[in-house]
Design a protein around this ligand. Structure first.
Ligand code: HOZ
Length: 427
């Protein structure tokens, strides 16, 4: 019998490059046919062939309260009935800005946009405009969306500017980006000692989620905080993944470090396109219409998207929300680790809040280089065995996983049982 997923993929490729609207969805890294999703509810979604999966990507982070939460759906329906988009301000946007500033005290003022890419790109422009400097620092393995200055990999030496990682990014843009090693505070010290006065900003994922899950060491983040303050550079935390995910106050609450600017996305939209950047009021006041840094968007602060986001932000503040989310995520990674041990498979796992990483390596990686040494082919075998068993993990060995508040014991236990079988295919 022909699979509907197969025929949809074939059809999609005729009109859409690679058949997908975002590359990782194409399953290129793991092989096989992407699943076309027809509906989702709680911790599950269903594909075009009617097969149910326990979902561990949660739309790559936003679905923290579970898919199609009835309270969020109702808020979206009500907002939609009042009008889809006005291109003029609404009270809902003020409420959302107030809520963000209350939950992340380092944010004194915030601007809403529609995607994490847009938020990161705007934060960079603001940092450059406010400091009058061009050079930015990012870290190998961190992903901040696909703005030109950020699709850059390390050059040949510490002080060599980066090389584009995508065709279409001019060398002239990449030459303003320095790419350093994650979790290497000494490199930061060396670079700032040589050229601290010309650095506009340092942008970092304080808990990295785009090279699988990788925690920053406190020393690494403390060093960049100190150096940015000392040299007048702007410290930008990209909390698109970690914001409202590793804790209510994001990674900055976990580490107790206040960045100058924060980039947010995913959870704040509750599944609809809301992202934001915000921080120190004196920096934010450089933005148009007050200042000379231009930034704008027709759908920024869209009323339907804001309704989904605000309702989600309320739900995650219910008593015990993060305790329960963290407990289920820990139960998942401990169960998977135990199942791997029983099969003699070299494996480790980490979790922080509702985010987790699975590593086919004996220890949890602490650097990008260690992460790259994880066994990708074992991950791919595991991924497909889990998929066959109805568990949908991110289709890449280098993406983090996400648990929602709807992942109950039944879902977690079923996942661990599936893993017991999957690990035997590897051993
Ligand atoms: N940016 C996501 C991977 N880290 C993928 C988003 C998507 O395909 O929806």
């Amino acid at each position: 019998m022909t699979s509907k997923n197969d025929s949809l993929f074939e059809r999609a490729q005729r009109t859409t490059p690679g058949g997908v609207n975002s590359p990782v969805r194409a399953f290129r890294s793991v092989g096989g046919t992407p699943r076309f999703i027809t509906r989702a509810e709680g911790p599950y979604f269903w594909d075009a062939d009617g097969k149910r999966y326990i979902d561990y990507i949660g739309s790559w982070g936003p679905a923290i309260v579970g898919h199609a939460h009835p309270v969020v759906v109702k808020a979206v329906q009500d907002a939609a009935a009042r009008g889809l988009s006005f291109g003029a301000p609404t009270e809902g946007e003020i409420e959302m800005a107030e809520e963000i500033c209350r939950l992340l005290p380092s944010i004194e003022q915030v601007r809403l946009v529609s995607s994490g890419t847009e938020a990161a790109m705007s934060a960079l422009r603001l940092a450059r405009g406010a400091t009058g400097r061009d050079t930015i620092i990012k870290f190998e393995g961190c992903y901040h969306g696909h703005a030109d200055s950020l699709l850059v990999k390390a050059g040949s030496g510490l002080l060599t500017f980066g090389n584009p990682t995508s065709a279409g990014v001019p060398e002239d843009f990449a030459k303003h980006t320095l790419v350093l090693d994650y979790n290497d505070p000494q490199q930061l010290e060396d670079v700032f000692a040589k050229m601290g006065d010309s650095i506009a900003c340092v942008i970092v994922e304080p808990v990295a989620g785009n090279m699988n899950l990788l925690r920053a060491t406190p020393e690494f983040l403390q060093t960049m905080r100190r150096l940015c303050s000392q040299f007048g550079a702007v410290l930008i935390f990209d909390e698109v993944m970690s914001g409202f995910r590793v804790a209510l106050g994001g990674a900055q609450a976990v580490y107790g470090i206040a960045p100058d600017l924060t980039v947010l996305g995913k959870v704040i939209g509750g599944g609809l396109p809301v992202a934001a950047f915000g921080g120190r009021a004196d920096l934010m006041q450089h933005l148009a219409p007050l200042g000379s840094v231009y930034q704008a968007g027709t759908l920024s602060g869209n009323p339907v998207a804001v309704a989904a986001g605000m309702t989600t932000l309320k739900l995650i503040q219910e008593p015990g929300f993060y305790e329960a989310l963290g407990a289920q995520t820990t139960k998942l990674v401990q169960g998977l680790s135990q199942a791997a041990r029983e099969s003699g498979v070299t494996f480790s796992a980490d979790a922080i809040g509702g985010m987790f990483g699975l590593y086919f390596a004996s220890d949890i990686p602490g650097t990008y280089a260690e992460m790259m040494m994880c066994d990708k082919s074992r991950f791919n075998t595991f991924f497909h065995a889990m998929l066959d068993a109805g568990v949908y993990l991110a289709p890449s060995a280098f993406e983090a996983g996400f648990v929602s508040a709807q992942h109950d014991d039944a879902a977690i236990d079923a996942t661990i049982s599936a893993a017991r079988v999957a690990f035997t295919r590897i051993a």
